[in-house]
Write a protein that binds this ligand. Structure first.
Ligand code: IPE
Ligand code: MG
Length: 234
């Protein structure tokens, strides 16, 4: 969800105005994803690197998030979402930490769309933590070396319950991944748009999904539907 600050500055507002508008978009896009039957939606809300922004902006974002969590809890529960914080949730202020855990617990029995909020999230840090856990278990003799599989690594990531993303969308015009779901997005389709997040409407999501649907996913293989195999059969 990139481009909130630039969107606001371009309109003569301060950056936080863009974040407030961005929060409204997040609400709409979440609802639309559920309507479309998306299995898991991960919103990149705040990265580990974002802690280095000016304190004023960080404080505003934390307040906005706290308000969002308190305000949306009933909706999230009623919509049958499975809310999952994705990231180092001990880092945000205690109040937010409490809200995140509360929301996760309140949706524990739901079985609808995973709503993953990536907060204080960094993919390299996530992988590093997983590797540390694995190394500790191997060193202690709890985990044999041949049990260190791709599945075991996936299981130790914050997203362990969700399927890998089929589609990663980045708004705001930059074409990079910026430490987002590096392991999980190995075969994801990437979609970049110039639109800033506060301008990203339901129609734009539908356009992104249409573009995704038109792509051929080969997962490194060759798709040969009418090739020699058919001839040999004939
Ligand atoms: C994305 O908008 C929201 C967060 C990272 C919290 P930005 O704040 O990155 O906006 P730009 O990229 O500076 O325009
Ligand atoms: Mg940005």
């Amino acid at each position: 969800m990139d481009g909130n600050g630039r969107w606001a500055e371009k309109r003569g507002h301060n950056r936080v105005f863009g974040h407030a508008r961005g929060a409204e978009r997040a609400r709409e896009i979440t609802r639309e994803c559920a309507r479309l039957g998306v299995e898991a939606l991960t919103l990149y809300t705040f990265s580990t690197e974002n802690w280095q922004r000016p304190a004023k902006e960080v404080n505003f974002l934390m307040k906005l998030l706290s308000r969002y969590l308190k305000h949306e809890i009933q909706q999230i529960v009623n919509n049958n979402f499975q809310f999952r914080p994705v990231g180092f949730i001990d880092m945000p202020p205690t109040e937010i930490h409490r809200e995140l855990v509360k929301l996760r617990d309140a949706t524990a029995k739901n079985d609808g769309m995973y709503l993953n909020i990536a907060l204080s999230y960094g993919s390299r840090q996530e992988i590093t933590a997983a590797v540390q856990g694995i190394a500790a278990d191997v060193a202690a003799g709890r985990l044999p070396l041949n049990a260190v599989t791709e599945e075991e690594i996936s299981r130790r990531l914050f997203t362990s319950e969700s399927p890998d993303p089929d589609l990663v969308i980045r708004t705001g015009g930059d074409q990079r991944i910026s430490n987002f779901l590096l392991w999980q997005s190995a075969y994801s389709e990437l979609y970049f748009t110039e639109k800033c997040w506060p301008d990203f409407k339901v129609e734009d999501l539908q356009e992104a999904i249409a573009a995704y649907s038109a792509r051929e996913r080969r997962f490194g293989k060759v798709l040969n539907i009418t090739g020699p195999r058919d001839e040999s059969r004939a």
